[in-house]
Design a binder for this molecule. Structure first.
Ligand code: ZN
Length: 436
């Protein structure tokens, strides 16, 4: 890791968001410098701007790294991903509940073995960095050590990560079942040891309302009140069969969302993956509580779950940001995820502007997670987690890019055609990450 004295300058094209550009590409919401420079000191951003304004601030001893025409931008933030599902990506084409039973639960049972968990955690973090994802909100398995080994591996790499053990005490295979008491004990220990240590954060993680008893959800709510800066992370309204099942399990709740709200699990720093089958009352309540949605288009299409409604979420003032949801999701790449988000909008007669797609993959996630002062954008003092994208990474990308003039055109080409091959470099706290 960098010592505080070390300074370096990075030159290239720079894209940086300060706010949501919305559907109209509000020019005040972002900065783009065709020839920009970023000065990093002690792992933090010292200054950023047009190269001719920023480079004179560099002193003679400073390393200047010229990335040419490549695009320097904040690292991607994946707001919902399951690291234990790394090995079930691209399994079958079944619907959610069947897919859980057939592939996911057996894969998660293997995490009782800490060595297996450690090996998957290392591969998983390599894969995130290869794809330019520098922070993620991650589900472990029911096993406490699944989170411990992930935190250990993330800490060794200096990564900012959010993770939690899943709570499941019913409607799942016996080896994956905890109890309200055991789950709470594990969470307390993990929070005390890991939350706020290095760049790590804990998330209270009931898998979804169907796999936790009332007693367990009550316990999760109690802990969420006791630790207001701890995250809450779960699934909500992904699939029609799931929604019908929740209605049977919780007949007194007006909706699926209401189940979580009743247990005190809807608040700032709460993220719910999918949020497809919500009504206007639900969306308004999510917005009022400050909870956010993880929009995971590759998973929603792969499992045939449904389409996230961007326009309705905007109309309600609801927070949302992009997520891969591997392994229901079919790619670790946030670029591939943006491309699918664009298509999900198209299928509903909506539009997703390319600028906004890049915002949803970076600053939107940081804001939803309450981390915008630290990551997700270039501002003096923010943490220097950034990536360099190569607009000529493949022959087709280079050819199509050569014919694109405006920034919007170039970003659309990038998100439609690029993947991890275009991630030329990933920097964590200003330090280049070696490819494994
Ligand atoms: Zn998920």
């Amino acid at each position: 890791m960098m010592t505080p004295q070390q300074r370096s300058a990075h030159c290239g094209s720079i894209l940086n968001f300060n706010a949501d550009p919305g559907q109209q590409d509000d020019p005040r919401a972002y900065d783009f410098w065709e020839r920009g420079a970023l000065i990093v000191a002690g792992g933090r951003i010292e200054s950023v701007g047009p190269a001719d304004a920023v480079l004179p601030l560099a002193d003679g001893n400073m390393a200047v790294i010229d990335h040419g025409t490549r695009l320097i931008m904040p690292g991607f933030i994946d707001t919902h991903i399951h690291y234990p599902q790394t090995d079930v990506i691209a399994s079958g084409g079944h619907n959610l509940l069947e897919w859980l039973e057939r592939y996911t639960f057996p894969a998660e049972e293997r995490f009782a073995d800490a060595d297996h968990a450690r090996a998957v955690a290392e591969f998983f973090l390599d894969e995130l960095l290869r794809n330019g994802t520098t922070t993620a909100q991650v589900l472990g398995t029911v096993h406490r050590q699944s989170v411990e080994v992930l935190f250990q591996a993330a800490a060794a790499r200096g990564l900012r990560m959010i993770a939690g053990k899943t709570l499941m005490d019913r409607n799942c295979p016996e080896p994956l079942r905890d109890s309200p008491e055991q789950g709470e004990r594990d969470m307390r220990e993990l929070i005390e040891v890991w939350h706020g240590r290095d760049r790590l954060h804990y998330a209270i993680t009931p898998r979804f309302a169907a796999t936790s008893s009332v007693a367990q959800l009550q316990g999760a709510g109690r802990l969420a009140r006791e630790y207001p800066d701890v995250y809450i992370h779960s699934h909500l309204a992904e699939n029609r069969d799931e929604v019908a099942w929740i209605r049977q399990l919780f007949p007194d709740s007006r909706s699926y969302l209401d189940v979580y709200d009743r247990f005190g699990l809807l608040r700032d720093r709460a993220t719910y993956a999918h949020c497809i089958y919500l009504d206007a009352v639900d969306r308004a309540r999510m917005a009022a509580r400050g909870a956010g949605a993880a929009f995971a288009p590759t998973a929603n299409l792969y499992l045939g779950s449904g389409l996230f409604d961007i326009a309705a979420s905007d109309a309600a003032g609801m927070r949302f940001a992009l997520a891969t949801d591997v392994g229901g999701g079919s790619s670790f790449s946030m670029l591939r995820t943006m491309a699918e988000a664009y298509k999900v909008a198209q299928l509903q007669g909506q539009q997703l502007s390319p600028l906004r797609a890049f915002y949803l993959a970076t600053l939107a996630g940081a804001r939803m997670l309450g981390l915008a002062e630290r990551i997700g954008r270039f501002a003096p003092g923010s943490e220097a987690d950034f990536i360099v994208l190569d607009p000529e990474a493949t022959p087709l990308l280079a050819r199509r890019m050569a014919q694109s003039r405006t920034l919007t055109e170039r970003l659309l080409v990038m998100m439609t055609l690029a993947d991890d091959r275009a991630v030329a470099a990933t920097y964590i706290l200003g330090t280049l990450q070696e490819r494994s």
